[in-house]
Design a protein around this ligand. Sequence first.
Ligand SMILES: [Zn+2]
Length: 282
Amino acid sequence: MPTANPPIVARQAWGANPANTPAQVISTPTPELWLHHTGSSGLHGAAGMRSLQANARSGGYVDLEYTVVVDTDGTIYMSRGVGRDTAATGGRNSISHAICVMGNFENDPATDRIVDTVASCVLWLSAQRAIQSAQITGPHRDAPGNSTACCGRNLIARIGDINRAVAGGGVTPPAPTPPATSGAPLTTVASPKGSQGRVGTARPVPAFGTVVLDNGARCAGDVASGNARVWVNPDKTVQQVGAALLDIAPTVGGDGQPDGRGFVALYDLKNGTVGTYVVPWA
Ligand SMILES: [Zn+2]
Protein backbone atom coordinates (compact mmCIF):
# COMPACT_ATOMS: atom_id res chain seq x y z
CA MET A 1 0.00 0.00 0.00
CA PRO A 2 1.21 3.53 -0.69
CA THR A 3 2.53 5.43 2.29
CA ALA A 4 3.26 9.10 2.97
CA ASN A 5 6.45 8.13 4.77
CA PRO A 6 8.35 5.84 2.40
CA PRO A 7 12.05 5.09 2.83
CA ILE A 8 14.07 7.31 0.50
CA VAL A 9 17.72 6.65 -0.32
CA ALA A 10 19.64 9.79 0.58
CA ARG A 11 21.96 11.42 -1.92
CA GLN A 12 25.06 10.50 0.01
CA ALA A 13 23.91 6.88 0.19
CA TRP A 14 23.61 6.49 -3.57
CA GLY A 15 26.90 8.28 -4.15
CA ALA A 16 25.74 11.63 -5.48
CA ASN A 17 28.53 13.84 -6.73
CA PRO A 18 29.28 16.19 -3.83
CA ALA A 19 30.50 18.86 -6.26
CA ASN A 20 26.95 19.69 -7.27
CA THR A 21 25.67 23.21 -7.06
CA PRO A 22 22.18 22.90 -5.57
CA ALA A 23 19.40 23.64 -8.03
CA GLN A 24 17.44 26.89 -7.70
CA VAL A 25 14.85 27.18 -4.98
CA ILE A 26 11.25 27.43 -6.15
CA SER A 27 8.12 28.38 -4.22
CA THR A 28 6.08 25.63 -2.72
CA PRO A 29 3.58 24.15 -2.79
CA THR A 30 3.67 23.87 -6.57
CA PRO A 31 0.49 23.59 -8.64
CA GLU A 32 1.94 20.85 -10.86
CA LEU A 33 3.60 17.44 -10.51
CA TRP A 34 4.82 15.72 -13.67
CA LEU A 35 5.77 12.09 -14.25
CA HIS A 36 8.88 11.14 -16.24
CA HIS A 37 10.89 8.09 -17.17
CA THR A 38 14.63 7.88 -17.70
CA GLY A 39 14.18 6.33 -21.13
CA SER A 40 16.96 3.85 -20.40
CA SER A 41 15.98 0.27 -19.66
CA GLY A 42 19.46 -0.63 -18.47
CA LEU A 43 20.00 1.97 -15.75
CA HIS A 44 18.96 0.90 -12.26
CA GLY A 45 20.07 1.10 -8.66
CA ALA A 46 22.59 3.44 -7.12
CA ALA A 47 24.94 2.91 -10.06
CA GLY A 48 22.12 3.98 -12.36
CA MET A 49 21.63 7.12 -10.29
CA ARG A 50 25.31 7.96 -10.51
CA SER A 51 25.30 7.40 -14.25
CA LEU A 52 22.19 9.54 -14.76
CA GLN A 53 23.72 12.28 -12.66
CA ALA A 54 26.99 12.15 -14.59
CA ASN A 55 25.06 12.42 -17.86
CA ALA A 56 23.07 15.39 -16.60
CA ARG A 57 26.14 17.16 -15.29
CA SER A 58 28.12 16.69 -18.48
CA GLY A 59 25.06 17.88 -20.37
CA GLY A 60 25.34 21.22 -18.61
CA TYR A 61 22.92 20.69 -15.74
CA VAL A 62 23.84 21.36 -12.14
CA ASP A 63 22.47 18.00 -11.08
CA LEU A 64 20.39 15.03 -12.07
CA GLU A 65 16.96 16.35 -12.98
CA TYR A 66 13.79 15.45 -11.06
CA THR A 67 12.69 15.72 -7.46
CA VAL A 68 12.96 11.99 -6.76
CA VAL A 69 13.72 8.93 -8.88
CA VAL A 70 11.87 5.61 -8.51
CA ASP A 71 13.44 2.27 -9.39
CA THR A 72 11.42 -0.66 -10.66
CA ASP A 73 12.16 -2.61 -7.45
CA GLY A 74 10.31 0.01 -5.41
CA THR A 75 13.38 1.89 -4.20
CA ILE A 76 13.05 5.69 -4.08
CA TYR A 77 16.17 7.80 -4.56
CA MET A 78 16.48 11.44 -3.56
CA SER A 79 17.42 13.60 -6.50
CA ARG A 80 17.00 17.39 -6.25
CA GLY A 81 14.46 17.15 -3.48
CA VAL A 82 11.53 19.31 -2.44
CA GLY A 83 11.39 22.97 -3.43
CA ARG A 84 14.09 22.83 -6.09
CA ASP A 85 13.88 23.57 -9.80
CA THR A 86 13.87 20.15 -11.48
CA ALA A 87 15.12 21.01 -15.01
CA ALA A 88 12.84 18.19 -16.11
CA THR A 89 9.71 19.69 -17.66
CA GLY A 90 10.47 22.53 -20.08
CA GLY A 91 8.79 25.80 -19.10
CA ARG A 92 7.17 24.29 -16.00
CA ASN A 93 10.13 23.76 -13.69
CA SER A 94 9.53 26.79 -11.51
CA ILE A 95 5.95 25.72 -10.82
CA SER A 96 6.27 21.97 -10.56
CA HIS A 97 7.92 18.97 -9.02
CA ALA A 98 8.91 15.90 -11.02
CA ILE A 99 8.95 12.18 -10.28
CA CYS A 100 11.02 10.02 -12.62
CA VAL A 101 10.84 6.24 -12.97
CA MET A 102 13.86 4.24 -14.15
CA GLY A 103 13.15 2.48 -17.41
CA ASN A 104 11.73 3.03 -20.85
CA PHE A 105 8.00 2.58 -20.56
CA GLU A 106 7.43 2.63 -24.27
CA ASN A 107 8.44 -1.02 -23.86
CA ASP A 108 8.96 -1.85 -20.19
CA PRO A 109 5.95 -2.98 -18.14
CA ALA A 110 4.58 -0.45 -15.65
CA THR A 111 4.03 -2.81 -12.73
CA ASP A 112 1.81 -2.51 -9.67
CA ARG A 113 4.98 -2.06 -7.63
CA ILE A 114 5.86 1.02 -9.65
CA VAL A 115 2.32 2.33 -9.32
CA ASP A 116 2.43 1.87 -5.55
CA THR A 117 5.87 3.44 -5.22
CA VAL A 118 5.02 6.49 -7.33
CA ALA A 119 1.81 6.86 -5.31
CA SER A 120 3.93 6.86 -2.15
CA CYS A 121 6.08 9.62 -3.64
CA VAL A 122 2.96 11.68 -4.32
CA LEU A 123 1.73 11.18 -0.75
CA TRP A 124 5.17 12.05 0.58
CA LEU A 125 5.36 15.23 -1.52
CA SER A 126 1.91 16.19 -0.31
CA ALA A 127 2.92 15.57 3.32
CA GLN A 128 5.97 17.79 2.75
CA ARG A 129 3.62 20.51 1.44
CA ALA A 130 5.56 20.39 -1.82
CA ILE A 131 2.47 20.12 -4.01
CA GLN A 132 -0.94 21.77 -3.88
CA SER A 133 -2.86 18.71 -4.93
CA ALA A 134 -1.96 15.09 -4.11
CA GLN A 135 -1.97 13.76 -7.63
CA ILE A 136 0.13 13.42 -10.76
CA THR A 137 -0.73 16.33 -13.06
CA GLY A 138 0.14 14.22 -16.08
CA PRO A 139 2.94 12.68 -18.09
CA HIS A 140 5.78 14.92 -19.25
CA ARG A 141 4.32 14.45 -22.75
CA ASP A 142 1.24 16.47 -21.80
CA ALA A 143 3.05 19.42 -20.24
CA PRO A 144 2.34 22.51 -22.34
CA GLY A 145 5.11 23.25 -24.82
CA ASN A 146 6.88 19.92 -24.37
CA SER A 147 7.41 17.51 -27.26
CA THR A 148 8.31 14.08 -25.95
CA ALA A 149 7.07 10.52 -25.56
CA CYS A 150 7.99 10.67 -21.86
CA CYS A 151 7.04 8.91 -19.61
CA GLY A 152 6.27 6.13 -22.12
CA ARG A 153 2.92 4.72 -23.09
CA ASN A 154 2.86 1.86 -20.56
CA LEU A 155 3.45 4.19 -17.63
CA ILE A 156 1.18 6.90 -19.04
CA ALA A 157 -1.57 4.27 -19.12
CA ARG A 158 -1.21 3.83 -15.37
CA ILE A 159 -1.31 7.43 -14.21
CA GLY A 160 -5.01 7.04 -13.46
CA ASP A 161 -4.16 4.02 -11.29
CA ILE A 162 -1.45 6.02 -9.50
CA ASN A 163 -3.85 8.84 -8.72
CA ARG A 164 -6.49 6.35 -7.55
CA ALA A 165 -3.92 4.66 -5.33
CA VAL A 166 -3.03 8.06 -3.85
CA ALA A 167 -6.69 8.67 -3.18
CA GLY A 168 -6.93 5.31 -1.41
CA GLY A 169 -8.66 3.48 -4.18
CA GLY A 170 -6.03 0.77 -4.44
CA VAL A 171 -4.24 -0.46 -7.48
CA THR A 172 -6.32 -1.79 -10.36
CA PRO A 173 -5.09 -4.09 -13.13
CA PRO A 174 -3.12 -2.37 -15.87
CA ALA A 175 -4.87 -1.16 -18.97
CA PRO A 176 -4.23 -3.14 -22.17
CA THR A 177 -0.99 -2.21 -23.87
CA PRO A 178 -1.49 -0.56 -27.25
CA PRO A 179 0.23 -2.19 -30.23
CA ALA A 180 3.85 -1.27 -30.81
CA THR A 181 4.48 1.65 -33.12
CA SER A 182 6.59 0.97 -36.15
CA GLY A 183 10.27 1.83 -36.15
CA ALA A 184 11.55 5.28 -36.92
CA PRO A 185 11.79 6.09 -40.65
CA LEU A 186 15.53 6.20 -40.81
CA THR A 187 15.75 6.71 -44.52
CA THR A 188 13.57 9.81 -44.57
CA VAL A 189 16.22 11.83 -42.81
CA ALA A 190 19.26 10.55 -44.64
CA SER A 191 20.23 14.08 -45.63
CA PRO A 192 18.86 16.54 -43.14
CA LYS A 193 20.37 19.98 -43.30
CA GLY A 194 20.36 22.68 -40.70
CA SER A 195 20.62 26.33 -41.61
CA GLN A 196 24.30 26.09 -40.75
CA GLY A 197 24.99 23.19 -43.07
CA ARG A 198 26.89 20.12 -41.99
CA VAL A 199 30.42 18.88 -41.93
CA GLY A 200 31.73 15.36 -41.86
CA THR A 201 29.76 12.23 -42.24
CA ALA A 202 26.34 12.09 -40.72
CA ARG A 203 25.98 9.22 -38.37
CA PRO A 204 22.60 7.63 -38.80
CA VAL A 205 22.13 5.57 -35.71
CA PRO A 206 21.82 1.83 -36.33
CA ALA A 207 18.26 0.70 -36.07
CA PHE A 208 19.19 -1.98 -33.58
CA GLY A 209 21.52 -2.07 -30.64
CA THR A 210 22.17 0.50 -28.03
CA VAL A 211 24.24 3.42 -29.15
CA VAL A 212 25.43 6.13 -26.88
CA LEU A 213 26.67 9.16 -28.72
CA ASP A 214 29.04 10.92 -26.47
CA ASN A 215 29.99 14.30 -27.79
CA GLY A 216 30.54 15.85 -24.43
CA ALA A 217 27.54 13.81 -23.32
CA ARG A 218 25.11 16.40 -24.54
CA CYS A 219 23.35 13.87 -26.67
CA ALA A 220 22.77 10.25 -25.95
CA GLY A 221 20.70 7.89 -27.99
CA ASP A 222 19.44 4.52 -27.00
CA VAL A 223 17.94 3.31 -30.20
CA ALA A 224 17.18 -0.17 -28.95
CA SER A 225 14.66 1.37 -26.61
CA GLY A 226 13.56 3.92 -29.16
CA ASN A 227 14.52 6.81 -27.00
CA ALA A 228 16.98 9.64 -27.09
CA ARG A 229 17.85 12.11 -24.42
CA VAL A 230 18.85 15.39 -25.95
CA TRP A 231 19.67 18.63 -24.28
CA VAL A 232 19.02 21.44 -26.65
CA ASN A 233 19.75 25.15 -26.77
CA PRO A 234 21.23 27.05 -23.85
CA ASP A 235 18.02 29.08 -23.76
CA LYS A 236 16.34 25.84 -22.70
CA THR A 237 13.65 26.03 -25.36
CA VAL A 238 13.76 22.25 -25.37
CA GLN A 239 15.56 20.82 -22.40
CA GLN A 240 15.11 17.17 -22.98
CA VAL A 241 13.43 15.22 -25.70
CA GLY A 242 12.37 11.62 -25.46
CA ALA A 243 12.20 10.41 -29.02
CA ALA A 244 13.93 8.15 -31.47
CA LEU A 245 17.31 9.52 -32.46
CA LEU A 246 17.70 9.42 -36.22
CA ASP A 247 20.74 11.41 -37.09
CA ILE A 248 23.36 13.55 -35.45
CA ALA A 249 26.26 15.55 -36.84
CA PRO A 250 28.28 18.66 -36.08
CA THR A 251 27.44 21.82 -38.02
CA VAL A 252 29.72 24.41 -39.61
CA GLY A 253 29.56 28.17 -39.88
CA GLY A 254 30.00 30.34 -42.97
CA ASP A 255 33.76 29.80 -42.84
CA GLY A 256 33.37 26.06 -43.15
CA GLN A 257 34.68 25.48 -39.64
CA PRO A 258 32.80 23.69 -36.87
CA ASP A 259 30.73 26.31 -35.10
CA GLY A 260 30.37 24.55 -31.78
CA ARG A 261 26.92 23.27 -32.54
CA GLY A 262 25.42 20.09 -33.81
CA PHE A 263 22.39 19.00 -35.72
CA VAL A 264 20.02 16.40 -34.36
CA ALA A 265 17.04 14.77 -36.05
CA LEU A 266 14.47 13.08 -33.88
CA TYR A 267 11.39 11.07 -34.63
CA ASP A 268 8.49 12.41 -32.59
CA LEU A 269 6.72 9.31 -31.32
CA LYS A 270 3.64 11.29 -30.37
CA ASN A 271 3.05 13.17 -33.59
CA GLY A 272 4.77 10.87 -36.08
CA THR A 273 6.87 13.70 -37.38
CA VAL A 274 10.59 14.34 -37.70
CA GLY A 275 11.85 17.19 -35.60
CA THR A 276 15.23 18.82 -36.07
CA TYR A 277 17.22 20.72 -33.50
CA VAL A 278 20.53 22.50 -33.28
CA VAL A 279 22.33 21.62 -30.08
CA PRO A 280 25.54 22.66 -28.32
CA TRP A 281 28.36 20.41 -29.50
CA ALA A 282 31.33 20.02 -27.23
ZN1 LIG B 1 10.34 13.50 -19.08
